[in-house]
Design a protein around this ligand. Structure first.
Ligand code: GLA
Length: 491
């Protein structure tokens, strides 16, 4: 049974009315670009095959009833009471679908809200850092968009999901998850500029290269509405304020020596993570375009080291997952998502998957950690209408067509003076939002370079040709996560 089947069955148990349709949206894995979204930077997530489905029937009153297969909590609320119920909070999981209804009504004043029965089922693991919440938001936003005649495109629906998450549920997240879930394309990652919301699908070619992404869900629980996530946001805002810029996206690696001078140690390291992570996203896109997926492993691992040592959002279980995957032959590995728990991803040859899985299970058992949940994920299609009416796959919700190689929304990087790292790429004749045709790629099985593509920007405190501080940069071919280093500032 798929989530679509489960949602239909649940709806049938709730009402005799025929379903008006079934809509679904996927979870996501973030390939690279962590905590950069709310700093208006770059991210590179991909939608996964596991989906959440919403089967919906129209009602002839103004009641919205939400039910799910994964919670005994169901909520009934009239459209007249919706604002008050959202303001009162305490809606549990129903805050996501009802938050979407609330946000869409506000964002689309021309829509015609009406009563609905909404049955939700999900295949996306909850709490694994794979955005089960964005999947609920995407499925419900797509359904309401059609049934309320809201006529919003996929980017606008991603915004609605984020408003629901931020203002109805109270989690201060960025927009990466909703954009990845709405705009996903099979075999591709979504390269997103979180300032302009410009996107470009970037071909991943994992299957063609004989590679897979292994997810190691540590089952360590995290929550984005509290604690560390908020603190990290506050540190980033403090760093941006010290430089008098709108967001950390406006800083580049050549600003880090100055950052070391004017910021306290903790804020400096938070800033350094964001600045170097933005650079790693650009380097990863350039490496994928030029050389394919075997070229990105060391960038993934460098991202993990930066999250572990500078942003301090990893946990021992995530570090062990990364270290064990690398020592089992993974090309690169990193924690994915908001951190403080959740999952790690590892990029590795398909034939290594069974042995790497065994090695991680054994390492967790030896460390006395809970047995992790380990599975592979496949870059897949974003939100769509699965049953009933006009299909709403890529290209039909919005009329925009997120096919490979086509820029679908907004402008490129560069508003408010532009991100200098992006501008370096532009000056070198290639926008990071312009895709290199696969035929011009150099397909190479050579060892991946930790330095990224030859034409990537190179200024920084770690040396004239380094985009990542040398002590944070994993040595090529070592396939082990670099040990923790003393927190020396660049000099
Ligand atoms: C969570 C949030 C995202 C993003 C990531 C970290 O998944 O929902 O907006 O901030 O954490 O990259």
């Amino acid at each position: 049974m798929t989530a679509v089947d489960d949602a239909r069955a649940l709806l049938a148990s709730l009402t005799d009315a025929p379903p008006a349709g079934v809509w679904s949206a996927p979870g996501r894995a973030n390939l690279i670009g962590e905590h950069t979204d709310y700093n208006e930077g770059f991210v590179l997530p991909f939608a996964i095959a596991q989906r959440t489905a919403a089967a919906v029937a129209l009602r002839d009153d103004d009641l919205i009833r939400v039910r799910s297969t994964f919670s005994s909590t169901g909520v009934d609320v009239s459209l007249a009471d919706l604002d008050a119920r959202i303001a009162a909070g305490g809606l549990d999981w129903a805050g996501y679908p009802l938050g979407v209804a609330w946000a869409l009504r506000a964002e689309a004043p021309d829509a015609t809200p009406r009563g609905l029965d909404i049955a939700v089922a999900s295949e996306v693991p909850v709490g694994a850092g794979l955005s089960s919440s964005a999947a609920i938001e995407g499925a419900v936003a797509s359904a309401l968009n059609d049934l309320w005649d809201a006529g919003r495109d996929k980017v606008a629906l991603a915004r609605v999901g984020r408003i629901a998450e931020n203002d109805a549920v109270g989690a201060p997240t960025g927009i990466m998850d909703q954009m990845a879930s709405m705009l996903g394309v099979a075999d591709a990652a979504t390269f997103l500029d979180c300032r302009t919301l410009a996107t470009r699908p970037v071909a991943l070619g994992f299957a063609e290269a004989g590679l897979q992404i292994l997810v190691i869900d540590t089952l360590v629980e995290h929550a984005h509405s509290s604690g560390g996530y908020r603190e990290r946001r506050a540190s980033c805002e403090k760093g941006a304020a010290a430089f008098d810029v709108a967001a950390l996206r406006d800083l580049g690696v050549d600003d880090l020596p100055r950052a070391a001078e004017i910021l306290d140690d903790v804020t400096f390291r938070r800033v350094r993570h964001i600045v170097t992570e933005n650079q790693r996203v650009l380097d990863t896109v350039a490496a994928l375009d030029a050389d394919g997926p075997r070229a990105i492993g060391d960038l993934l691992t460098a991202s993990h080291v930066s999250m572990r040592d500078d942003f301090e959002i990893s946990v021992p279980e995530l570090d062990l997952a990364v270290e064990t995957a690398l020592s089992s032959g993974a090309l690169g590995a990193r924690m994915t998502g908001g951190g403080f728990g959740g999952a790690a991803i590892a990029l590795l040859d398909s034939e290594l998957v069974p042995a790497a899985t065994e090695a991680v299970l054994a390492a967790f058992a030896a460390a006395g950690f809970r047995r992790p949940n380990i599975f592979t994920v496949t870059p897949s299609e974003g939100a769509r209408r699965d049953v009933g009416g006009r299909p709403t796959g890529p290209g039909s919700v919005s009329g925009a067509s997120p096919r490979l190689g086509r820029r679908v929304v907004g402008g490129g990087p560069g508003r408010r003076g532009g991100f200098r790292l992006g501008l370096h790429l532009l000056r070198r004749g290639g926008s990071p939002f312009r895709r290199v045709p696969p035929s011009t790629r150099r397909r190479s099985a050579a060892a991946p370079s930790a330095r990224g593509p030859a034409d990537a920007p190179r200024a920084g405190p770690g040396g004239p040709r380094s985009s990542v501080r040398p002590e944070l940069r994993p040595a090529p071919r070592r396939r082990a996560v670099p040990a923790r280093r003393p927190r020396a500032r660049p000099g």
